[in-house]
Design a protein around this ligand. Sequence first.
Ligand code: MTE
Length: 343
Amino acid sequence: MLLKIKKRSDVCSSEITPEPVYHERRRFIQQTGRFALAGLGLALAGCSQEGEAVSKSPRIDSIPSPEGPDWLKQKVAGFKPKVYTTTESFTPYKDVTTYNNFYEFGTGKGDPASNAHTLITDPWSVVIEGEVAKPGRYSLEDILKPHTMEERIYRLRCVEAWSMVIPWIGIPLAEILKRFEPTSKARFVEFTTLYDPEQMSGQKASFGSLDWPYVESLRIDEAMNPLTLMATGLYGDVLPNQNGAPFRLVVPWKYGFKSIKSIVKIRLTEQQPKTTWETLAPEEYGFYANVNPTVDHPRWSQKHERRLPGTLLSPNRIKTRLFNGYAEEVADLYKGIDLSRFY
Ligand code: MTE
């Protein structure tokens, strides 16, 4: 058997220790002064590619349709097809729904698919607050009612250097926000995921976990960009829980961690909010998180990505593009900004 000696850039996601575990471990190591363990810890995380390899199968119709209320299923089914598309192949449904990051249900890629059935997504309401003329708690049905769902086929590039192509169904965030009438002071939009350890088992973890609830944020002009989507479905159906049901953000030119799931609060603010990953490790995860092959993560290269599905022998390695290939639509937002400082 031929064994390839891996370059630093040939990172696989299982080599990347789940972030909170890494940082918790680092805090522990620093506290105890056992610095030598850091390298050992990373090496021990290993790379079990066989277990991680994702299936090549296309959309399997025998996979049961995700649960969701009838009104939402009907709403999603009425989508306008291919409002935004690509010539690239879609990542198969099975991979999109079984290889996930949703730390509220565990840090393993398969944990959300195994554990997220405990999330109750109906009824669901979202609090809209801060710098808006019409604050309040709104049912998801009322939020979605006046809008027509759109299919948007976007690339999703994770900061861990894997990527997918996903046919989302949703509504541009700008259309939703306008209805709540942002004030002239609204400069940022903050999003918060549900906090309920009874439903989200990962929130009970006391070691190697994030500070809950998960919070993300965009500048108001990023939020208003026509590409920014509030998704309620994928592959023509409602979102499976593991993909952030019933209501999640999708920002295709930014690393996937900006695309926060299962949102219960949207707050418009004058000051830049503190976000989960930036707070955990500011030297590794910036507020902007724009996909950028010229700015490496301190622990791995961002020049390439593994387009899923792939296997150990055929990792499907492709070049990463600036703004994940959406420069034409978003580069203007960052004119005059040093992207290596504001990463
Ligand atoms: N949102 C919440 N609430 N919790 C999370 O752990 N993970 C993020 C993002 N949104 C995450 C989240 C990361 S790191 C990525 S890459 C994407 O979700 C993955 O989305 P997917 O599982 O639907 O592919």
